[in-house]
Design a protein around this ligand. Structure first.
Ligand code: PYC
Length: 311
């Protein structure tokens, strides 16, 4: 049997997003969070088929475009990647806005998106700049010390921006494309050590993103972001920039409305700022995406690699 799946690909600052627009499984649940849990637990084969090799790669973030039960929202979205479901995804939201504009389904001048971790307001300007008002972001801890295998101590912050991050500024590494392999190994070791030492986000949530910062000649800061499936984010990472903004605000380094320009390892830039509503820090992230392709995936049950390459 061959199943056909319609998709639209885009990239945001170099980081790809694949929005799935047809053949979405019937997911169990009354909320997007419940549906995301069902997708994570019971549809791993399909998740891998949509984003992993041989049809995709470990870099690709997928997005299921769903109807929402939330009357305040226009669409429901579940983001996912090669290893699981993401709470939120900033670059993916910007890619989704460009995709929805391409589809012409709803007005993208302003729409609300229902995600497993809360609702997000998205605006797309006529010139294609997309800004998203993210869910409340926060720093959980500062000055957290992690001892690596060679005895080196790494100190960082734990913060939430829709996903959990460990943010490190003092690492002595050069953040450049030539060193991506080394940066990947280093951040993987930090992440594995956090897990081994039982250091988590709230509710024992795994800290599955690690973010390194360095000065930038083109922006306020440059980052390298390790994503859950070992790929690095080609964009400055929307949820990672939200986590960074929450830390900057907690340290009194930015004021509400002050623009922070975050450069990625590839040189792409997101602009961000915070507003503080009822004591909560709400980041707004701005960037641009481009649609790169549109097509049909074929899932052939006779294909031994139909559901991805077994690891
Ligand atoms: O932009 O939030 C983001 C993101 C998360 C993982 C990859 N990109």
């Amino acid at each position: 049997m061959i199943q056909s799946v319609e998709y639209i690909d885009s990239h945001t600052g170099g980081e790809p997003t694949r929005v799935i627009v047809s053949c979405i499984p019937v997911l169990v649940g009354n909320t997007i969070a419940e549906k995301a849990a069902d997708f994570a637990q019971n549809h791993s084969d399909l998740r891998r088929a949509l984003v992993c090799e041989p049809r995709g790669s470990e870099v690709l973030v997928g997005a299921l475009l769903l109807e929402t039960h939330d009357p305040t929202c226009d669409v429901g979205v579940i983001f996912f990647n090669n290893v699981g479901v993401l709470g939120m995804c900033g670059h993916g939201t910007i890619g989704l806005a460009e995709t929805v504009e391409h589809l012409g389904r709803i007005s993208t001048a302003k729409f609300r998106m229902d995600t497993p971790v809360g609702s997000v307001e998205v605006r797309r300007s006529a010139k294609g700049q997309v800004s998203l008002e993210n869910i409340a972001s926060r720093r959980k801890s500062t000055g957290v010390r992690v001892t690596l295998l060679d005895g080196t101590v790494v100190t960082g912050d734990i913060a939430y921006g829709g996903n959990w991050f460990f943010l490190v500024s003092d690492h002595g590494r050069n953040l450049c494309m030539e060193r991506v392999q080394e940066l990947t190994e280093y951040t993987m070791e930090i992440r594995n050590t956090l897990a081994a030492q039982g250091i988590t986000g709230d509710g024992n949530a795994e800290i599955d993103h690690v973010e390194l910062f360095a000065p930038s000649e083109n922006a306020d800061s440059k980052n390298f972001v390790l994503c859950p499936g070992r790929a690095y984010d080609r964009s400055p990472c929307g949820t990672g920039t939200s986590a960074k903004l929450a830390c900057l605000y907690a340290d009194g380094k930015i004021q509400p409305g002050q623009i922070w320009r975050q450069e990625s390892i590839t040189g792409s830039i997101f602009e961000g700022c915070v507003s503080v509503i009822g004591g909560e820090v709400i980041p707004t992230i701005r960037g641009q995406a481009f649609v790169t392709g549109q097509g049909t995936l074929f899932l052939d049950s006779d294909d031994p690699f139909c559901w991805g390459i077994p690891t």
